[in-house]
Design a protein around this ligand. Structure first.
Ligand code: 3PG
Length: 193
C-alpha cells in the first residue's frame, strides 16, 4: 500500500469531495441520495457538530456499498480514534501539527492532512506525506498558489478546498497536481431543493 494508508488509491475516481455539516440526522439519507443522483459517490462529513460521527456510522451502514464515507475537520488523535470506531473510509484534517501527524501515521484509515503554506508542505513531507488538502485554497493563492506549489513541490498532489464553487471546480481539477476538489456547494444546492 502506498503512503497514508492508500489515500490516493481510495480516492481514485472520486474527483469531487462534498463537504457537509449535519445539524441533525433528518436529512442525512436524503443528502446521500442527492449526491448519488449526481453520480457523486463520496462524502466528507465534518465533525463540527455532534451529529458528525453518528452520520458517518449511519451512512456506512446504509450506503457503505455505494459511496465513500469520510470524516472532515479532524484535529486530534481522539477524533481519529472515534472516526475509526465509526468505520469512516477516510479522514481529512484542516491543518497538521506534529502531534496529529504522529496519530495519523499510527492509524489504519487513509488520511488527507491539510496544509496552506510552503513551510507546512515541507513539514508534511518530512513526515513522509505526499497527498494533502490545500486549505483554505481561496485564501492561499487558489489556482496560482497551486501552480507555484506544483513547480516547487512536484511530488505533492493536492485536494484544494475552501471557496471553490461548482463553476470553478473544473479549473482546479485541470491542474496536474490536483487529484480532487472539495467544497460545500453541494450542501448549499441541496438546501435549495
Ligand atoms: C472545509 O471544511 O473543507 C471547508 O469548510 C469547505 O470550504 P467551503 O465551504 O468554502 O467549500
Amino acid at each position: 500500500m502506498s503512503s497514508q494508508n492508500g489515500i490516493r488509491e481510495v480516492m481514485k475516481g472520486h474527483h469531487l469531495v462534498p463537504v457537509v455539516t449535519f445539524n441533525d440526522m433528518n436529512t442525512v439519507d436524503a443528502f446521500a441520495e442527492f449526491l448519488l443522483s449526481q453520480e457523486v459517490k463520496c462524502i466528507e462529513i465534518t465533525l463540527r457538530t455532534e451529529y458528525g460521527l453518528q452520520a458517518i456510522a449511519h451512512l456506512k451502514k446504509a450506503f457503505g456499498d455505494k459511496m465513500l464515507v469520510g470524516a472532515g475537520t479532524v484535529t486530534t488523535a481522539e477524533h481519529i480514534a472515534k472516526v475509526e470506531a465509526a468505520g469512516g473510509d477516510f479522514i481529512v484534517s484542516p491543518g497538521l501539527t506534529p502531534k496529529l501527524a504522529e496519530a495519523f501515521i499510527a492509524c489504519k484509515t487513509p488520511y488527507l492532512p491539510g496544509v496552506s503554506t510552503a513551510s507546512e508542505i515541507m513539514q508534511a513531507r518530512e513526515f513522509g506525506l505526499d497527498t494533502l488538502k490545500f486549505f483554505p485554497a481561496h485564501l492561499f493563492g487558489g489556482i496560482k498558489g497551486l501552480k507555484t506549489y506544483g513547480s516547487v513541490f512536484p511530488d505533492i498532489l493536492f485536494c484544494p478546498t475552501g471557496g471553490i464553487t461548482k463553476e470553478s471546480s473544473s479549473e482546479f481539477l485541470a491542474l496536474s497536481n490536483v487529484f480532487a476538489v472539495g467544497g460545500s456547494w453541494f450542501q448549499k444546492d441541496f438546501d435549495l431543493t
